[in-house]
Design a binder for this molecule. Structure first.
Ligand code: ADP
Ligand code: 5GP
Length: 188
């Protein structure tokens, strides 16, 4: 039987990666769908692990050849997209595919897979807490943090389009709530 699809979207800094990393260790037969991007690798990121890193021209050529299920220019000149081949690889082997995508991509993938998919929006308890987490994470300059906050205000408007909204206030509670919702969906 083909696997199911779990989609995560959230404003940057909400704690989405932290929750996803927890879920990937819970024996739910989840496999992370590796996206393609034209941004530069950060830190220890490796091709084929966090992302498939492509040049902007390679990315455009794959768009022209209809290789993407969906793609977005999330930041100027920075493309991100889901390769059809990646999703097919996961679902055909019966595993469940887990997506970490922006809010627009999340809505598009949910629309494509319908009831086979569960879309989850992770929201922070508030904008000030989001700023605190982004500062605490220590990966971005003050300028980048403010651009992420500005974008978050737009992204929070998409929450109602998702099947489930999880507020990540206390991490442990948010992880447990997400885990229970996914277990229920996979058992249906
Ligand atoms: P995202 O993937 O959504 O950008 P991260 O998972 O990188 O967010 O989390 C952003 C920062 O906030 C990290 O430093 C993380 O450890 C921290 N964090 C995550 N969840 C919580 C929480 N519930 N309370 C406080 N800090 C949190
Ligand atoms: P980052 O550069 O921090 O890894 O990711 C930036 C944004 O791109 C995040 O919001 C992430 O969810 C989103 N993203 C990653 N992969 C994809 C994808 O395949 N499609 C879409 N639409 N967004 C993606």
């Amino acid at each position: 039987m083909a696997g199911k699809v779990i989609i995560f979207s959230a404003p940057s800094g909400s704690g989405k990666s932290t929750i996803i990393n927890y879920l990937l260790q819970q024996n739910l037969d989840l496999e992370f769908s590796i996206s393609a991007t034209s941004r530069e690798p950060r830190g220890s990121e490796q091709h084929g692990v966090e992302y498939y890193f492509l040049t902007p021209d390679e990315f455009r050529s794959r768009i022209a050849n209809d290789h993407f299920l969906e793609y977005e220019e999330v930041y100027t000149d920075k493309f991100y997209g889901t390769l059809k081949s990646e999703v097919e690889r996961i679902l055909q082997t019966g595993h469940n595919a887990l997506f970490d995508v922006d809010v627009v991509g999340g809505c598009n993938i949910k629309q494509y897979y319908g009831k086979q998919a569960l879309s989850i929006f992770i929201q922070p308890p508030g904008i000030e807490e989001l700023r605190k987490r982004l500062i605490g994470r220590g990966t971005d300059s003050a300028e980048v943090i403010e651009s992420r906050i500005a974008k978050a205000e737009f992204e929070l408007g998409f929450a109602a389009k998702f099947d489930i909204v999880i507020t990540n206030d206390k991490l442990e509670t948010a992880q447990q709530e997400t885990l229970q919702q996914i277990k229920k969906f996979l058992a249906e």
